[in-house]
Design a protein around this ligand. Structure first.
Ligand code: MLT
Length: 408
């Protein structure tokens, strides 16, 4: 008899964004004349930058000719892309990352979800609350938690991020082995300073823990004093893995490309406390389970780092940041407290005592606007909604007008 992985039964019936998509489709079917504006899932709406299109087309053209055709590529990514990433995203900011420490992938969702596979079953995991659900759900699937009781999985150390701590997690009171951090944060849009981030790096070094640092939204940082990478912090290469994505940076949500940095200094431990290279383990995992990102997509990603590509990417991100500014302005005028949206595409709004899902339903029904209920990101998200700046200017302006009317 074929049996199911029993840990799946601990999960909520569906993934947060699938659940929202179902509710929105149902509403649309019942209200076919409503023009719904989606400010829920962070999905980009603007075309790929011209430089990326040219890179993509060049890649496709090469695939059309026997002499330039590419079959299987290196699982870790082509050197032309890994070199660009190491040079522009890290070395240019003083972080000494080598091209062979970069593992190109089809996106940060897969990598942040898959990475937990290479750790022991009985590790203690610290996860922020609220949080991007992938970190938590994938550890539930792997059997590292107990049951879901009163909004929390047994066995997880939750790092509460609330208005009382400015949505910045505090160091855990008891030792943990694995720590997930995300800055600029999804869902709250908050950022972390170098000195705050250093506390986490120092903590991980002292306790032999590992930090999984999700920097998928670093391109939205416009305050030069903030770290774009954890490797800007001294010592981080020994204790941190970093995830990056071209999805929001360059409009690649449908194109699929990102990468993970696993420094060679980064060590984990066996049962005897002997060191094991994390780089070697991730290399082993990827070469067994992953066959690389398609060649034309990697050519499109390479073009991000060309001179014209860098200008176009900056303009693309600025467009969404302007949307975020309009959302912040509208929320201020409506009298809401919020964080995020200045160095981030997400605005985290306190619903003034409203239940998250009720607020979500009200905005959908009365304004035809989709947001993300904060409670979907964890217990501490209850009472909040997240608004994403990823849409056209016209739609954001229209959505803010409609929300103003609905909330009168
Ligand atoms: C989000 O809306 O939180 C993100 O778009 C989800 C993702 O990147 O997978």
């Amino acid at each position: 008899m074929i049996k199911a992985n029993k840990h799946y039964s601990k999960l909520n019936a569906s993934y947060l964004f699938s659940d929202i998509a179902k509710r929105v489709s149902k509403f649309q079917a019942e209200n076919p004349n409503t023009k719904i504006i989606r400010l829920g899932i962070g999905d980009v709406t603007r075309a790929l930058p011209d430089a990326c299109i040219k890179g993509f087309q060049q890649g496709v053209a090469e695939m059309a000719n026997d002499t330039t055709f590419k079959g299987y590529g290196p699982e870790q990514g082509y050197p032309f892309l890994r070199d660009m990433i190491a040079k522009h995203d890290f070395q240019a900011r003083g972080a000494d990352i080598a091209p062979d420490e970069v593992f190109v992938s089809d996106g940060a969702k897969c990598d942040t979800g898959n990475f937990q596979e290479i750790f022991a079953q009985d590790i203690t995991i610290a996860i922020p609350d609220p949080v991007y659900p992938v970190y938590l759900d994938t550890n539930v699937m792997a059997g590292r938690t107990g049951k879901f009781i009163d909004g929390r999985y047994e066995g997880i150390v939750y790092l509460e991020c609330t208005k009382d701590n400015n949505f910045l997690p505090k160091l855990p009171k008891n030792p943990v082995d694995l720590i997930y951090l995300c800055f600029p944060n999804n869902p709250t849009g908050t950022t972390i300073t170098k000195s705050e981030l250093k506390k986490w790096v120092d903590y991980a070094k002292e306790t032999k823990a590992l930090i999984l640092f999700d920097a998928a939204y670093e391109a939205f940082i416009r305050d030069d004093s903030l770290p774009c990478s954890i490797y800007e912090i001294q010592g981080a290469k020994e204790v941190a893995v970093e995830f990056r994505s071209f999805s929001k940076t360059a409009g690649f949500t449908g194109t699929r490309c990102g990468y993970t940095v696993v420094p060679k200094e980064c060590m984990i431990f066996d049962d005897n406390g002997d060191k094991i290279s994390l780089h070697a383990l991730w290399h082993r995992r990827q070469s067994t389970k992953f066959n690389g990102v398609s060649y034309p997509v990697q050519k499109a990603a390479e073009a991000i780092y060309s001179e014209e590509g860098r200008i176009q990417i900056k303009a693309l991100v600025s467009y969404y940041l302007k949307n975020a500014e309009l959302i912040r302005l509208a929320m201020s005028e409506l009298g809401f407290n919020f964080v995020g949206g200045d160095n981030s595409p997400y605005i985290w709004i306190d619903g003034n005592g409203r239940d998250s899902w009720e607020f979500f339903d009200m905005l959908l029904k009365k304004a035809g606007v989709v947001c993300t209920p904060g409670a979907g990101f964890g217990k501490c998200g209850q009472g909040y909604i997240r608004i994403s700046a990823f849409n056209s200017r016209e739609n954001v302006e229209e959505a803010m007008l409609r929300m103003g009317e609905a909330l009168k």
